[in-house]
Structures are given as structure tokens and as C-alpha cells.
Design a protein around this ligand. Structure first.
Ligand SMILES: Cc1cc2nc3c(=O)[nH]c(=O)nc-3n(C[C@H](O)[C@H](O)[C@H](O)COP(=O)(O)O)c2cc1C
Length: 324
């Protein structure tokens, strides 16, 4: 399949693995890229720019296909040294960066001078237009369904994607709620040039996370995610668990006086415990509604091949058949 995204990133299939904290490491990124998609290493999971350099090298030893690095600009108590991370990306010969969170404008000159193609992940048409204006090559349009941070507008992809198609000149991929060939064909029909997946890629053989995390996704339905931190305007979609129940209780009782310090135990530094130790109630962790569509743990190659076969059959047989 050829789309503007496969051409832009020189990949076989228009399927991207979004950056994921403590998940997007070399094992997963290389497996996605080897299967013909675009894998992403998640920079901030590597605690120093030097660790990121090593992870990029590790990934390069596992694939000769293109892969990218995700740089997330989220509210942090202490901002990471972004210029040093970007230098590690440039020195590592990486030519694709997924930015997310805040506007990447301050770092665009550095990235563009190094010849890096930037895909910015955003949750609204106005932010996508801003990304286009500041020189991003593509955007990932993240709907309300998504695991992680859906923003504060709550617009699902059935509306957000056609709205993006109506406004944008640069290519975009759908993100949030994507799992299979049906998702890909629907995204293409709404104007996207491919799709980005997060939660679906966690439940794969190569995702370097504890088996408990994969099992939790398999056991979850589309009803099992919750939105937390809305009073802080930093909304996150997470899998329901005991820690999330405590956060929601604090949000109910403290209302608009809630501070980040009130929920630090449940949200700060919890990813290593969940993803590596498999302590499923250790804290709140991002997960999409798409968990309801995930019922197995394939290899990345099996998953991507299946998606492409299903998409091809929908286009050739189901849709084409309706016209004859
Ligand atoms: C466990 C997890 C961690 C994530 N961490 C990040 C991150 O560090 N940076 C980022 O830009 N997006 C992050 N995301 C969002 C994904 O890249 C992607 O946009 C999102 O998962 C898409 O929605 P889906 O889960 O419905 O596929 C994370 C998602 C999950 C599920």
C-alpha cells in the first residue's frame, strides 16, 4: 500500500507505533519497523541523553529499517534537557521524530536544520494547523478514544479526522482507537494517510513489558478506561484500577482545589512498577478504549500482516462488492 505517509517515511505500510513511556524501547520499535511499519523509541523513558544514544544504537543493531524517536513535551516538575536529547537523536542518525504534548516550535529549527522529518501528535484541528504552520511534515490526529492524553476537547475520531482532512494541507494519520484492518480502511476513508496505534502494540509478543500488562489489556473491555486529572487540565485516559479509583475519589472530594501534589502517589514514577514489575495496581497507566478490540498477543509481524490482509479484503471484497 502506498500513501503520502509511506512515501514520507519510506515504509512499506502506513502503520505507526506511537511513543509509549516504558513500552517504546528497541525491542518494540525494531519489531514494528521490521514488520514494515514505523517503530518509535520513547526518548524520555531513557533517563539521560546518553542512555537514549545507547538505545538508538541497540535498535539499529536490531533493524536496518527506518524508525523514529518520540519526544514528549508534557508538564513536568523539572523539564528534561531537550536540546541534549535532540543532539542524541541527530548524532544517532535518526531522521524521523514524533513530537507530542506541547507545541514543538522552540525545537523546530534544531530538528529541521538536521534534516529531520517531524510528525506532531495533537488532539485538535487548531493544534494540527499550528503544527502545519511551524513546519511539521505531518501530524498524528489523536481522538478522544486514545490511550494517554486526549486533550480537553473530547472530540472522537469520527468527527476529528474528517475535520482535519477539511483543514490540513500536510498529510496526517489517525490515532486513538485503532486496532485492525477496519480501523485502517475507516481512517483512509476519512482522509488520513495511515494510522498510529499505542495500546494495540502493547499486547504483542515483542512489547518489552510484564505479561500482567498484556493480560490486563486482553481482559479489559471498552468500558474499562477512565479519565483522570481533568481538574488539572492534563486529562489522561488510563485503565481502571485501585489507584485510579483513589484518584477519582480525591477529584470528587477536592473538586477544583485539587493539586498535582494530592495525587503524586498514584501518578508519579509508577510506570516502572507497572510495566516492568507487573504491579497492576501500583498507579495510573495510559490505556485506550481500544482494549475492547484486543483479544490476542500476536507478534508485530503477525499483527501488521493481518491488518493489511483485512484492509485489502475490506476494500476489494466488502466495499467493492457493494458497488456491483
Ligand atoms: C502505556 C502508554 C504510554 C504512552 N506514553 C506516551 C508518551 O510517553 N508520549 C506520547 O507522545 N504518547 C504516549 N502515549 C500515546 C500513544 O503514543 C498513542 O498516541 C495512543 O496510545 C493512541 O491511542 P490508542 O492507545 O487508542 O492506540 C502512550 C500510550 C500508552 C497506552
Amino acid at each position: 500500500m502506498k500513501t503520502k505517509i509511506t512515501k514520507l517515511f519510506d515504509i512499506q505500510y502506513p502503520i505507526i507505533q506511537g511513543g509509549m513511556h516504558y513500552v517504546g524501547l528497541a525491542e518494540l520499535a525494531s519489531a514494528v519497523s521490521n514488520a514494515g511499519g514505523l517503530g518509535m523509541i520513547t526518548a524520555l523513558t531513557l533517563k539521560t541523553p546518553q542512555r537514549l544514544r545507547e538505545e538508538i544504537e541497540r535498535c539499529q543493531s536490531m533493524t536496518d529499517k527506518p524508525f523514529g524517536v518520540n519526544l514528549t513535551f508534557l508538564p513536568q516538575l523539572k523539564a528534561p534537557d531537550y536540546p541534549a536529547y535532540i543532539q542524541a537523536i541527530i548524532d544517532g542518525g535518526i531522521t524521523i521524530v514524533e513530537t507530542a504534548g506541547r507545541n514543538p516550535q522552540p525545537y523546530m529549527p534544531l530538528l529541521k536544520e538536521a534534516g529531520i522529518r517531524v510528525i506532531h501528535k495533537c488532539t485538535s484541528v487548531r493544534h494540527a494547523l499550528k503544527a502545519e504552520k511551524i513546519g511539521c511534515d505531518a501530524v498524528s490526529v489523536d481522538g478522544f478514544e486514545c490511550g494517554g492524553h486526549p486533550g480537553e476537547d473530547d472530540i472522537p475520531n469520527m468527527i476529528l479526522l474528517p475535520r482535519a482532512a477539511d483543514e490540513l494541507s500536510i498529510p496526517f494519520v489517525s490515532s486513538g482507537g485503532m486496532a485492525d484492518g477496519r480501523s485502517l480502511v475507516a481512517s483512509l476513508s476519512m482522509g488520513a494517510e495511515g494510522m498510529n496505534m499505542g495500546t494495540r502494540f502493547i499486547a504483542t509478543q515483542e512489547a518489552p513489558v510484564h505479561e500482567n500488562v498484556k493480560k490486563a489489556i486482553l481482559n479489559a473491555t471498552e468500558l474499562d478506561t477512565r479519565l483522570i486529572m481533568r481538574p488539572l487540565r492534563n486529562t489522561e485516559r488510563v485503565l481502571h484500577n485501585k489507584a485510579v479509583e483513589r484518584v477519582l475519589e480525591k477529584e470528587r472530594t477536592l473538586g477544583s482545589s485539587l493539586q498535582i501534589t494530592d495525587i503524586l502517589d498514584e501518578v508519579a514514577g509508577v510506570y516502572p512498577k507497572v510495566m516492568q514489575e507487573g504491579e497492576m495496581d501500583a498507579g495510573a497507566w495510559s490505556c485506550g478504549m481500544v482494549a475492547g478490540l484486543i483479544h490476542d498477543i500476536p507478534t508485530c509481524k503477525e499483527l501488521i500482516d493481518r491488518i493489511m490482509a483485512e484492509a485489502t479484503s475490506i476494500i476489494h471484497e466488502r466495499l467493492h462488492g457493494m458497488l456491483t
